[in-house]
Design a binder for this molecule. Sequence first.
Ligand code: KIV
Ligand code: ZN
Length: 535
Amino acid sequence: MTDKKKDTIIIFDTTLRDGEQSPGFTMNIKEKILFADQLVKLGVDVIEAGFPIASEGDFEAVKTIADRARGVQVAGLARANPKDIDTAWKAIKGAENPRIHTFISSSDIHIQLQFKKTREEVLKIAVDSVRQAKSYTKNVEFSPMDATRSDPAFLAEMVHAVIEAGAVTVNIPDTVGYAIPTDFNRLIRYLFEHVPNIRDAIISVHCHNDLGLAVANSLAAIEAGARQVECTVNGIGERAGNTAMEELVMAIRTRGDLFNLRTNINTKQIVPTSRLLTSITGVSVQPNKAIVGSNAFAHESGIHQDGLLKNAMTYEIMKPEDVGINKSTLVLGKHSGRHAVLDRLESLGYALQKEETERFFRLFKALADSKKEVFDEDLAVLVGESLFREEDERRYKVENVQISTGMFSPPMALVTIKDHVRGSAEMFEVAHGNGGVDAGVTAVKKITGTTAKIESFNLVAITGGSDAIAEVHVTVADEHEGRQIKAFGSAANIDVSIAGIHSFVDALNKLEYMKKAGQRSRELMSGGVNGNGKV
Ligand code: KIV
Ligand code: ZN
């Protein structure tokens, strides 16, 4: 049988930009770098590393990733104005293959109601911006924002004009998640039929999941000729998120009979990448999430189990090993040597710096001392924990927690914290509460004087047994400069109360980081095409 040569779908990962800009997913520079390293291992073709004009922190992160990531294109986002484009270029120019991604809206709804401009003005800004970007790099991508609610004829005119100006990738965003697969497929076909120079560029799509259709819409666009898909790990992103990379890639691979396409993704890195993101952000995916959820390969029904035992093909369309779920035979514990532990870490796809490796190993030893068997899931949690350089990354450091509870005495906690802003002074407080966690959190509030409130508190037992490591994820909200900011905190410990107190302090540290980082990219995305400071 002769196989028709497979086209490659370019995977443009925007976890660090569209994903990171959504509430609660803020990462610090070290976390972004670690995640970018993992994206390289995963085999994405383009990393959209951030929105350099958004803040000094964003600029620094994009620049560092551009300077160090090899074998991958690094893109920086820029609104269609000279200042954004200059700044994006300064951030990405150290990359092996730097890409400027510039955008402006094409829908009348945005043009008239948000930007108060005419179609002609916007068209000119788009063309001028592509030309300016082109003066820096050949690799220019343009996005007509809100494409799916635009007049198709005007959209085609804009696509034609920006390709003529030099854009080599034109991305068609479904910014508000409005498209339905059949009509998105029709729109892409329409562009192929009505834009005479369309074959001079790669057509890309960028779908949001407001109607739960981002992956379906991306696949429908591929069938119509799109060859780049913008997506994020675990589908994170603005509002309901973006196209989930893992779902798109596995759909293309599993239904090769339909698509006859390939990607450069090393699918065995899918689950390690998903877990790394979870441990960095503290936001877990729901158990039934396709491909990476904890139930995605769990078969409960008797009939299914019977079939699987006879032949996995009966109920499994993908092999768990293909997405990196290892049925590890190597059990790690307190007798495991450094070599075995670090080997395991590497085979799971984690690449830590020297200092982080030292911290990781110390945390591993402490965990292994109190827990018989250390599983891969535990290692993922420790990786997240080992990213911080304690002295300078976290304002607050928990030095000690003592909790006493009993059936006939009110729970009480004694917490000691070091505050690096206040000269690393050690401060302690004692508080009562409704349970050990509440008492500890009250003590932390007294010490730090924080006004932050806990919005959600989730406890996950990472592994089975009464010695299970407990991972706690909290969401906290606070007011800063007249607006609400939120942060997630997470921590793991074999004691639930201690994990709870640590996760609250972790979230407070992230709030501090967000306050320092200043204005977030989300605000910049909400308007202001000319970079005149009005956003
Ligand atoms: O959703 C969107 O339109 C975007 C663009 C910047 C591509 O994120
Ligand atoms: Zn988007």
